[in-house]
Design a protein around this ligand. Structure first.
Ligand code: MG
Length: 250
């Protein structure tokens, strides 16, 4: 099932995507899924980020080849950092490169969406806490990342968190392709098999450090091939079995 949030005539709704239509839901994703009977074409609505998380937790260096390309060693434990919810934008929205950076780069990542409150859960129980998966672009000001001791600024600029287009609840994370493109040209081509820690291991690890709430998002790390983009480009992140997150650059 594909769960999406959308706006129509200034109102925000939840929906289920079935082929080329979006069916309005009576409640939230975290209640029983109940259709109202109204459905719309994609042309009639504006897709929003599929959730409004209390926090976005990111995992750094979860692919060995990406750690190597930025000259870092993977840690013994997952490396956690945050992106602020204010950085999030939906598919179709514009990424704005701020004047503080000369090196904005893309990172396609599988994003796990938390389905219920999770604290100190085990990897064996993790599946029941996962609502589903979506796609994220962990946009990074690479020069600022290396000039600052912490990554709050380089990862946290407004619009540096494209997320969407929807949540796929049936997605199985093993052996799925992750691809990013700029203006149609492939920049990253990875596979979830290359992850050091699995999504289930990551939600368990994060929950042992802080409480996760429904709708919180965990970005599971980027494969190698990070590269830059510029004003006027079209940046796309695709994950096999979910879809494509597409953002023009202002
Ligand atoms: Mg990243």
């Amino acid at each position: 099932m594909r769960l999406a949030r959308f706006s129509l005539d200034g109102q925000v709704h939840n929906g289920v995507v079935e082929s080329d239509r979006i069916h309005q839901l009576a409640g939230s994703f975290f209640d029983a899924v109940e259709k109202t009977g109204h459905s719309f074409s994609f042309a009639e609505v504006t897709l929003l980020t599929p959730v409004e998380p209390s926090k976005v937790i990111c995992i750094g260096l979860n692919f060995k080849d990406h750690a190597a390309e930025i000259g870092q060693n993977p840690q013994d434990e997952p490396l956690m950092f945050f992106k602020p919810p204010s950085s999030l934008i939906a598919t179709g929205e514009k990424i704005v490169i701020p004047p503080q950076t000369k090196k904005a780069e893309l990172e396609v990542e599988l994003a796990l969406v938390v389905g219920k409150k999770a604290k100190n859960i085990s990897e064996a129980d993790a599946k029941s806490y996962i609502l589903g998966y979506t796609i994220a672009n962990d946009v990074t000001a690479r020069d600022v990342q290396f000039s600052d001791l912490q990554w709050a600024r380089s990862k946290g600029f407004d619009t540096f968190g494209p997320l969407g287009p929807w949540i796929e609840t049936d997605f199985q994370p093993a052996n799925k392709k992750l691809i990013s493109r700029v203006n149609g040209e492939v920049r990253q081509s990875g596979n979830t098999q290359e992850m050091i820690a699995s999504p289930e291991a990551l939600i368990a690890y994060v929950s042992q450090n802080l409480t996760l709430f429904p709708g919180d998002v965990i970005l599971t790390g980027s494969p190698a091939g990070i590269s830059g983009f510029q004003s006027g480009d079209l940046v796309e992140c695709e994950i096999e079995g979910i879809g494509t997150l597409s953002n023009p650059v202002a």
